[in-house]
Design a binder for this molecule. Sequence first.
Ligand code: SAJ
Length: 399
Amino acid sequence: MKINVIGLGYIGLPTSLILAANGNTVVGTDTNQEIVNKLNNNIVTFEEGGLGDLFLEASKSGFTAETHPVKADMYIITVPTPYMKESKLIDPKYVQSAVRQVLEVMNAGAILVIESTVSPGTIDKYIRPIVLESNKSPELVHAPERILPGAMISELINNSRTIGADSQEVAEKVKRVYETFCKGEIVLTDIRTAEMSKVVENTYRDINIAFANELAQVCREAGLDVYEVIRIANKHPRVNILQPGPGVGGHCISVDPWFLVGDYPESTKLIHQARRTNDSMPNYVFDRIVEIMKENNITEFSKVGIYGLTYKENVDDMRESPTLQLLENIPQSKEFIIYDPLIIEKKIANQELDFSNFIKSVELVVIMVNHDQLKNQSLEGKVVFDTKNSITLPNTYKL
Ligand code: SAJ
């Protein structure tokens, strides 16, 4: 089976490599020439545990990268699916353009798998018409990706997967390919159910994080320690509350629930409120920073250091990160000094690339991301506001 994976980002690259490392002939395609050049020169394009080793194995098995789709038996599309800021509706342009490019080169009857997360109904509304217009009649499949950045390789291997197709026969064919690397259960269904279940998974998590974030605010008003309250409540066999934090980032959980809100505005009150709650957390963090500054007679915003620019711990992905949301929402926060051990090139103003320079220049350190690197650093002598409950120093401020 020859497979062409379209879009070599956070999902497409690990997916291509694991397929190649497990006996499939794989070509990866990305329109970004720089990504393609790097991969063909044996440079892995982002940090993820185990990705380097997987890359070596895949390269030995003949994995290569191209800027255009090639002839193959199966195409897997893993391009981004942004949403439009105002309407909250999905913007399917990247998936549509990938499908068009693939249709130009494919042989009739090849299989076209969409892994990109799409709002329920997208494939029928925006993809099927393009496919029907062509004379290639590919089999359409939706196999939504389900991997957690930071644990991608083990999740690719062990998670259950969903394959939505128009017929059992096609679903079984695709299942046989995914089975070459996936040890989890592979569930077969129709395309619309696959689309909806993926978006529902991320919405479920968003709502549960919003609940934890709301509890942090309630406990603060009540003068209680939210972490202790959650720890005790979670002793109940049917309670499993997540952890509050400075907001929800990443390209999945902070995006997918909007697809449902955009399409079903009247029926998604809870989902919409959860999004608002999570989106309001960076502002809540800012209000707490101002309080803490007053309490400690810190008068200049430039004496506040923000530790963490990525959307969560131990990944180098900054998309929609709470720190970026904070900088975008609140003009005064632009004076803060920012440091992140995983962002090694300067990406924003006031970013400090060296930890000791960062720590020297600030009086208050705000922990926005709990990177492992923090464990080896001393924050002695600093006022610390820990929004991730990551350290146990005395006199640390919490959310
Ligand atoms: N967060 C909290 N409190 C928590 C857990 C997370 O504030 O208790 C925050 C994180 O700090 C981060 C955000 O939520 O800012 C999202 O992080 P995450 O680790 O929960 O999830 P993602 O976005 O890295 O990956 C999610 C996963 N989905 C679910 O867990 C339902 C992953 O399995 C999906 O494959 C991925 O979205 C995706 O691509 O859809």
